[in-house]
Design a binder for this molecule. Structure first.
Ligand SMILES: Cc1cc2nc3c(=O)[nH]c(=O)nc-3n(C[C@H](O)[C@H](O)[C@H](O)COP(=O)(O)OP(=O)(O)OC[C@H]3O[C@@H](n4cnc5c(N)ncnc54)[C@H](O)[C@@H]3O)c2cc1C
Length: 375
């Protein structure tokens, strides 16, 4: 069995890359261990921005900005090709700084002022719209009125729908998706991947091989991973069903990164945890209680009675949240698109474009050195 490109892993990274390559004329096969789009890419919250972009290296912000510029066309293409609406919307994000008691004024207050100034400077430099507001001007359901930052340009998407659209678009465009097929190993000779074997004992070969296996990427590559550092970081989300319109915008607490994300139909996602639990993706009672307490403290209408779901997913953790989007240093037809950690949906179209440009030898829109394969 052979094709131009084999993509290993049918999460957002693999599907978006396949979609991009097919649109450039490549013939692509995706091999997925279970079913496409059911791991972190399904579990994620769908905010299309680093939570506080000024807290990250510029390489994270740059990739997010590239993706943001590509998202409208990406969604338009998917919706037209498939008829599925991924509910892409600029719902904006309201950032709530920590409320300091009067007595803590001085040192802590000064630190907060400095952070606020840093955030404003960063937004100014990066043409990222931001204004200072009173929080209840934007979200009336909040328990407290306070000073806040309003970022009206932040968008969101509904992950499961985006994934459904991508799967259908890849299929309709002639991409081949082979599910329930785990890649077990790579056969590398003379500096090239010759073929890969699957758990069923089949062999597949292609001109190019892309690993997009999320937190499993390092294990899968084995000795070929070199100094690649990608590991699983569990994240849990609690889902509420509220009256549509209770909340129209994303809320983010600055000090603990706790967020609420409203969907059109009244669902509100509360998240998320950051836990090192290996490959265990079971939701826990403790996390449920913490997320419920935080959600209720922020928006009192969110109570136990309104909880309607709870799940966990495994992010592909990476140092400083910088993904690897690159060709292998010594295996000329092996590539990686992984390690997007907290922002794999945000960075999907940009990462797909960069990797596709590497494979097709096209010029890059941004400096790709930060995303190199560590050696
Ligand atoms: C709770 C939570 C909230 C999040 N919120 C956001 C957010 O708001 N915004 C944002 O941008 N990002 C968010 N993320 C992060 C984002 O979801 C991830 O960065 C992204 O989904 C990673 O996508 P991926 O395709 O690399 O990995 P995955 O979705 O894990 O896909 C990898 C795929 O590879 C397959 N695979 C693994 N091994 C093999 C093998 N040997 N053979 C074949 N297939 C294999 C797996 O089955 C899986 O389908 C969140 C994540 C979580 C968990």
């Amino acid at each position: 069995m052979s094709s131009d490109v084999i993509v290993i892993g049918g999460g957002i990274a693999g599907l978006a890359t396949a979609h991009e390559l097919i649109r450039s004329g490549a013939s692509v096969t995706i091999l997925e261990r279970s079913r496409c789009g059911l791991e972190a890419s399904w579990a994620g919250a769908g905010i299309l921005s680093p939570l506080l972009p000024w807290d990250y290296p510029q390489s994270v912000a740059r990739l997010a900005q590239l993706s943001n510029s590509l998202f409208p066309e990406f969604i338009e293409a998917l919706t037209t090709e498939t008829g599925i609406d991924p509910e892409y919307q600029a719902s904006g994000m309201l950032v709530l700084p920590e409320l300091l008691p009067e007595s803590s004024g001085d040192a802590k207050g000064l630190r907060q002022d400095a952070r606020n100034q840093m955030a404003e400077d960063w937004c100014g430099r990066n043409a990222f719209p931001m204004t200072r507001v009173r929080s209840r001007e934007i979200a009336r359901a909040l328990a407290r009125d306070q000073e806040a930052f309003w970022l009206p340009g932040v968008c969101q998407v509904r992950n499961p729908r985006l994934l459904q659209a991508l799967i259908r678009a890849v299929n309709l465009a002639g991409g081949k998706i082979v599910e329930h097929t785990a890649v077990a190993g790579l056969r590398v000779e003379r500096g090239r991947t010759q073929s890969i074997s699957t758990s069923q004992g089949d062999e597949y070969s292609a001109d190019h091989y892309i690993v997009a296996a999320g937190p499993w990427s390092r294990q899968l590559l084995g000795e070929h991973a070199l100094k690649l550092d990608i590991w699983p970081v569990r994240g849990q989300i609690l889902l509420f069903k509220a009256q549509p319109g209770l909340l129209d915008t994303i809320l983010l607490q600055e000090w603990d990164y706790f967020y609420l994300i409203p969907r059109h139909d009244g669902h509100i996602l509360a998240g998320s945890t950051l836990e090192e639990a290996g490959f265990d993706k079971s939701p826990t009672t403790e996390a449920r209680q913490i997320l419920l307490a935080k959600a209720h403290a922020l928006v009192p209408a969110l109570t136990e009675e309104t909880v309607s779901g709870h799940w966990a997913g495994l992010r592909p953790g990476s140092p400083a949240n910088i993904p690897v989007i690159d060709r292998h240093p010594s295996i000329s037809n092996l590539y990686l698109n992984s390690g997007h950690y907290r922002y794999g949906v945000t960075m999907a179209p940009g990462s797909a474009r960069l990797l596709s440009n590497i494979i097709l030898d096209k010029p890059q829109p941004v400096d790709v050195t930060p995303y190199q394969w560590p050696r």
